[in-house]
Write a protein that binds this ligand. Sequence first.
Ligand code: COA
Length: 393
Amino acid sequence: MASNGIKDRVAIIGMGCTRFGEHWDKSVDDLLIDAAYEAYESAGIAPEDVDAYWLGTMGSFSGLTLSTPLKIPYRPVTRVENFCATGSESLRQACYAVASGAYDVAMAIGVEKLKDSGYSGLVVGQAPNDGTLGNITPPASFSLLAPAYFKKYGLDPEKGKDVISRIAWKNHRNGARNPKAQFQKEVPLESIKNSPKVADPLGIMDCSGVSDGSAAAIVVRAEDALKYRKDPIYIKALSFIAGPGEGPMSPEYDFTTFPEVVASAKDAYAQAGIKNPRQEISMAEVHDCFTPTELVLYEDMGFSPRGTAWRDVMDGFFDLEGKLPVNPDGGLKSFGHPIGASGLRMMYEMWLQLRGEAGPRQIDNPKLGMTHNLGGAPGRCVSFVSVVGRSLG
Ligand code: COA
């Protein structure tokens, strides 16, 4: 299989992101307009300067969802969907479109408005199937990672709960420094540990929230980027992998890894030329839909050797001041997860951090950032990994 990548061929020249949260007073149209216009302004261009659009959303079915509110003058708008990695998928398509030469300027934009839709993690979202997929909620499905990991690596349940609680504590601590997050308060470790149970051992505070939001990126070929601004960021890798979906049926699958994430991280590192992610990646935004997901991802992405991520968590390795800050913006834990927007919200943090604009969350001199976005459930998912950097080469 060839996966040649587009290292250093595409740059992001502007981004926008709404505050995530309960937007009772705004429609999907309003959220799209807010994110798109912030991105146009950030890139210093007008709507008519964008040749083509990719819209990530699970809530509607065509490009009209974007072209109508933006009043785009007869431009191609493609609506994409790829589970919870939908926002990242829109970025991937827009980048490939400009890299191919088909368009000069493209926008990737994602949106979801969940709060007033009745959406909840406590409702089983499974489409009718042959009965082999089970019938469980997202928190229940991801909760299976925790006891599997604890048992495999010798953590008693109480120690294991300390570890996953610390992940939530870290992400809320980062989110408290972010004016665009849904939850902007630090949460004491004890409150996290004792939060009402949702799917044992997960409590409410181990779950991402439910929110509304939108985020957008404008991309051009790297050779054109400096015409727009002096500090673009460059795409080093974009990898997307869909698994065979057989985990829940397979006796081999032990719920302590996402093979799709291992494969997409490996592919992305090869595209970007990264040999040692633990040393070379300055920061990452990862898909912390539930706290044990983030724990397992550390190992799948090669940030920690197998069986040791829990120690790194307790040592603060992934804290804002740690060696490899993860979810510096607060993650899904602080932002909630408006499906189509999340992947681009992760990239928005890279955009701020790599250009020194992350304010009280600013990481010291980051060079390479990574975003990871997954959709589905343990054993049956799709995974996206990007690597971005602040300079060419
Ligand atoms: N993290 C932190 N705080 C949360 C929270 C979360 N996940 N969910 C709710 N809260 C807070 C609310 O802000 C609110 O606080 P307030 O009383 O100070 O205003 C309080 O808890 C109650 O909020 P409410 O919206 O009534 O909670 P809920 O019980 O309806 O929802 C969950 C809680 C866990 C069910 C919901 O957050 C959820 O479904 N999360 C998972 C989403 C999911 O599965 N996504 C798919 C990922 S693959």
